[in-house]
Design a protein around this ligand. Structure first.
Ligand code: MF3
Ligand code: CO
Ligand code: CO
Length: 268
């Protein structure tokens, strides 16, 4: 396994790609309403990436993936394929995962949206999944090990009686969509890769309301929970800095506390 560190010039390009990916989620947020289809969401993002951002939607044709974003509704864990037949309804939750390529570098981020008014379980699952992401991010600094991050994410999920998907994980990112290392969302403290400044990777925990087991549908992309219970995911792309992290896909709607860590880091 070879894990690269990026040069300052590469990190600047990843900042640009990351910002475009974040802006795309901000853009699509207002369209997420009961009645819209995931096919329509895909077309809006596709056009925005190409025509407004002068960027490339990375998922399109990636290993044969047929669309420009992933849309994963309710019990779909990840890699849901947008479709004109899939209409959102009140009470659904949907993860929208966008990845853009700009100037040869990737920015990868996702968010789970509540559609209309959701039940208490859905709201709690979506919130805890976001907390899992933030707890993982806040650990990131040189010297910390990937097992420390995975362990914290797993502990927070299980403390809330939820489970962590093990078959899919975060990943290094840069010129390639998926680079080393694999970033597991479970694990043992004091084990795994030691982080160094300049490493760029995603954290993207998939948190299930029921058991952790998943199943791949015959389309060879769509991953669902085996028990068909709800699942939620959030993702950011980050870079390890000299004394912490910088979130390359930060949105303006994110809570003040994560922005505070980010600010403190950038002032150094
Ligand atoms: N964006 C996903 C990730 O976070 C990968 C999607 S691969 C695709 O790694 F082909 F389904 F787009
Ligand atoms: Co990713
Ligand atoms: Co993604």
């Amino acid at each position: 396994m070879s894990v690269s560190t990026k040069t300052p010039e590469e990190i600047e390009k990843m900042r640009v790609a990351g910002r475009l990916a974040a802006e795309q989620l901000e853009m699509i947020a207002r369209y997420v309403e009961p009645g819209i289809t995931t096919g329509e969401l895909d077309r809006i993002c596709h056009d925005y990436t190409l025509n407004h951002q002068n960027a490339i939607p990375a998922p399109l044709n990636y290993r044969g993936f047929p669309k420009s974003i992933c849309t994963s509704v309710n019990h779909v864990v990840c890699h849901g394929i947008p479709s004109d037949k899939k209409k959102l309804k009140n009470g659904d939750i949907i993860n929208i995962d966008v990845t853009v390529i700009k100037d040869a570098y990737h920015g990868d981020t996702s968010q789970t949206f509540l559609v209309g008014k959701c039940n208490v379980l859905a709201e709690r699952l979506v919130r805890v999944a976001q907390e899992c992401l933030y707890k993982g991010i806040e650990m990131v600094k040189p010297g910390i090990r990937l097992g420390d991050i995975g362990h914290l994410i797993q502990s927070h999920a299980e403390k809330n009686n939820f489970s962590v998907v093990r078959e899919y994980c975060g990943h290094g990112i840069g010129r390639e969509f998926h680079e080393d290392p694999q970033v597991l969302h479970y694990g043992t403290p004091g084990t795994g890769l030691i982080l160094e400044p300049g490493m760029t990777f995603t954290i993207e925990p998939m948190i299930n309301a029921g058991k952790r087991y998943v199943k791949l549908l015959p389309d060879d992309w769509t991953v669902v929970t085996k028990d068909h219970k709800l699942t939620a995911q959030w993702e950011h792309t980050l870079v390890v800095t000299d004394d912490g992290f910088e979130i390359l896909t930060l949105r303006s709607d994110e809570p003040a506390d994560i922005c505070k860590y980010q600010e403190a880091d950038r002032q150094n």
